[in-house]
Design a binder for this molecule. Structure first.
Ligand code: FAD
Length: 474
């Protein structure tokens, strides 16, 4: 890209929010450009997030099965060895193929791709600083900001992702070239637990240090409690809950962490080969020239938008991790489609109650709609149906009967309000529940829908039965 030009839509950021918005805008006939500074499309998700983490979750699970479970099925594989280099290159080739695939989609849909850094000059002019440092101005009638987020660093724990890799963010935890003997995971959210699982399966002793008294605070407590037990039992995770890290000595060969009870008390030291700091992500909203054009931020430095993703400036929009709401790739994508449609004069809505979230461990935990705690807090009367996978024939047949389905429905109308699943396929199963919520279905609707036998999904039907009547198999 070197020519400048005039566009109907400019998108700053080529992650799942930005690239989807750009493709949709072009499909709707708008002349569109997407500006991405990384040198590759796909954003955090494809390059250092969802995709590389799922590649490693898959290969580490295969290794764990081969070393720990195969013998239970009468499969003897002898001496299993680990080749991290090959494991990492499988991950890299998956990422590479997918990022190139988006470039292909841009060509197919005639989205112009500018490799460089975008910032506002005024409300309709964007300066693109190319990867070679050359600056070009473009004009855009509308701009969509989709600049995403980045990991939060603790002030006393600077990341060394690209040097010693003893104090890493999620990015560094995806790049380790040997299995740490001891891994401290600071922050027990989804990212920390997924990446902790990867390295635990490959042999690391993992200790999670969490400030709160609950892991993944936005997820349903009953499920998360069961999940925590599973991590302890299956992967020997240790947990230091209600504990805050106050200092760290980061060296080339490891880290000494100082921590104390969150409410105050006696400090203790913890030695780790590697510390993964996964205490959250912050929106990337600096150095975009936002103040120059009048785009405002909230108190968490997220761009303020209305229900149709419009900022305070009429022709500037924002979506994805840099605005309010859960930091999830599919949420950013939904917003990308919506905003492109809004710009071209169409209407749509996003039902935030039907956005699933998934922890891709083994078993997986997936959730859509309200948690039991949210219903209690909102004083909504609900009925609850729980069905354990221990009573599901497919789960028993494949010796993988950990977990449960939990359905919460309105007590009077039976309308489904929330579904929470822990199972080996929860991340796939949750979409039946998402569709039910989107269509305003009742538990009886699911219970009277024939589910194939033997499947894990029969547990959803039985939990629905348990919610409005009685299950058959438990
Ligand atoms: P990003 O993906 O962050 O993309 C923003 C892009 O904008 C970046 O590529 C950045 O380089 C570019 N950019 C920023 N500023 C500028 C600028 N001024 N000019 C040009 N370009 C700029 N979510 C899920 O839904 N499922 C998962 O399984 C999952 N796993 C994850 C695992 C990890 C380890 C991590 C870190 C995240 C994971 N996420 C997952 C979260 C997911 O990656 C994000 O929610 C998603 O990427 C947000 O998309 P986005 O388009 O808003 O921003």
């Amino acid at each position: 890209f070197s020519t400048g030009g005039d566009f109907d839509v400019a998108v700053i950021g080529g992650g799942p929010g930005g690239y989807v918005a750009a493709i949709k805008a072009a499909q709707l006939g708008l002349k569109t450009i997407c500006i991405e500074k990384r040198g590759a499309l796909g954003g955090t998700c494809l390059n250092v997030g969802c995709i590389p983490s799922k590649a490693l979750l898959n290969s580490s699970q295969m290794y764990f099965d081969a070393t720990s479970h195969f013998k239970n099925y009468g499969i003897n594989v002898g001496n299993v060895t680990l080749d991290i280099k090959t494991m990492m290159s499988q991950k890299e080739s998956a990422v590479d193929g997918l990022t190139k695939g988006i470039e292909g989609l841009f060509k197919k849909n005639k989205v112009e791709y500018a490799k460089g850094y975008g910032r506002f000059v005024d409300a309709t002019t964007i300066e693109v600083e190319g990867l070679d440092g050359k600056k070009t101005n473009i004009k855009a009638k509308n701009t969509i900001i989709a600049t995403g987020s980045e990991p939060v660093e603790l002030p006393f724990m600077p990341f060394n992702d690209f040097t010693d890799r003893t104090c890493v963010s999620s990015t560094g935890a995806l790049l380790l070239d040997k299995v740490p003997k001891t891994l401290a995971v600071i922050g027990g959210g989804v990212i920390g637990l997924e990446l902790g699982s990867v390295w635990a399966r490959l042999g690391a002793n993992v200790t999670v240090i969490e400030f709160m008294d609950k892991l993944c605070p936005t997820m349903d407590k009953e499920l998360i409690t069961a999940f925590q037990r599973s991590l302890k039992k299956n992967l020997n995770f240790k947990f230091k809950m209600s504990t805050k890290v106050t200092a760290a000595d980061i060296r080339k060969d490891g880290v000494t962490i100082t921590m104390e009870p969150a409410a105050g008390g006696t400090p203790e030291k913890f030695e780790a080969d590697v510390a993964l700091v996964s205490v959250g992500r912050r929106p990337r909203t600096e150095d975009l020239g936002l103040d120059k054009v009048g785009v405002t931020l909230d108190n968490k430095k997220r761009i303020e938008v209305d229900d149709h993703f419009k900022t305070k400036v009429g022709n500037i929009y924002a979506i994805g991790d840099c605005i309010r709401g859960p930091m999830l790739a599919h949420k950013a994508e939904e917003e990308g489609v919506h905003v492109a449609e809004a710009i071209s004069g169409k209407h749509g809505t996003i039902n935030y109650d039907a956005i699933p979230s998934v922890i891709y461990t083994h078993p997986e935990v997936a959730s859509v709609g309200k948690t039991e705690e949210e219903l209690q807090e909102a004083k909504i009367e609900y009925s609850k149906g729980v069905f354990p996978f221990l009573a599901n024939s497919r789960a028993r047949a494949v010796a993988s009967a950990e977990g449960m389905v939990k359905i919460l429905a309105d007590k009077k109308t039976d309308r489904i309000l929330g579904v929470h699943i822990m199972s080996n396929a929860a991340g796939e199963q949750i979409h039946e529940a998402g569709l039910a919520i989107e269509y305003g279905a009742s538990c009886e609707d699911i219970a009277r829908t024939c589910h194939a036998h033997p499947t894990l999904s029969e547990a959803i039907k039985e939990a629905a039965m348990a919610c409005y009547d009685k299950p058959i198999h438990s």
